[in-house]
Ligand binder design. Structure first.
Ligand SMILES: [Zn+2]
Length: 229
């Protein structure tokens, strides 16, 4: 602002003529802005007094302003990779299965949620980009978390994404399955065991394959069938 000194404790604004008291040593200096001198109409809006409650020193102030704070899982050491589909009907069952049957708590595994689950791994020649995407993630995770020793692949019944893969992989589907494409997510898991042995042995991971299927005619319950590993 444009100002002139009146005394050691007071000064006068050249634009409006108002005399201001100089801040005391233990006060925060109040910024008095002159919109004319700064040619900035927005600058006439004073900063509001801070209403943010004191926070722990390690919390970033901008992150604490009204936002809910979540915990970071300290020093996780995952021992498994879990791959499953994004189908929302199965997510609760996947969560419970991982915890209750695979005995993996949060932090003990890394989850890769991919449309079709492990389906893209069954056709590396027909779906090379998808296969490479998965292989690259496996290799990264194996290096990043050396404690990872298991890889769990889960396909499921009624997988919509398998429908989108159908045209691209149809030539690779065994004749006996072409009239039973609904079985493909399950049958592919058997192929994948061999593909892992031939194309991904360098990962050194123990493979486990599961098929999630409906346990009742009304499709309200899900059960997991182990197919390989
Ligand atoms: Zn699916």
């Amino acid at each position: 602002m444009a100002k002139s000194l009146v005394s050691a404790k007071r000064f006068r604004c050249k634009a409006c003529g108002h005399v201001f008291e100089a801040p005391q040593p233990d006060e925060e200096p109040e910024e008095i802005l002159d919109p004319v001198a700064n040619n900035n109409p927005q600058a006439s809006i004073p900063n509001p007094p801070s209403a943010v409650a004191p926070v722990a020193r390690s919390i970033v102030p901008s992150a604490a302003a009204g936002a809910k704070i979540y915990d970071v899982l300290p020093d996780p050491k995952p021992e498994a990779i879990v791959v499953h589909c994004h189908d929302p009907r199965f997510q609760t069952a996947f969560d419970q299965f991982i915890q209750d049957e695979l005995k993996l708590a949060p932090g003990q595994y890394v989850r890769l949620v991919v449309g079709g689950g492990a389906g893209v791994l069954a056709n590396p020649l027909k779906l090379p980009k998808e296969f490479r995407f998965m292989r690259d993630r496996f290799e990264y995770l194996r290096e990043r978390f050396p404690a990872i020793k298991r890889i769990i692949l889960i396909n499921h019944e009624g997988c919509g994404y398998y429908g989108t893969l159908k045209d691209r992989v149809l030539n690779y589907v065994p004749e006996r399955l072409k009239n039973h494409l609904a079985d493909l997510p399950r049958e592919d898991l058997k192929l994948i065991e061999g593909i892992f042995a031939h194309l991904l042995p360098h990962l050194g991971l123990k493979l486990e394959c599961y098929y999630a299927k409906y346990a009742d005619l009304e499709h309200t319950k899900i059960v997991f069938e182990r197919l390989a590993g």
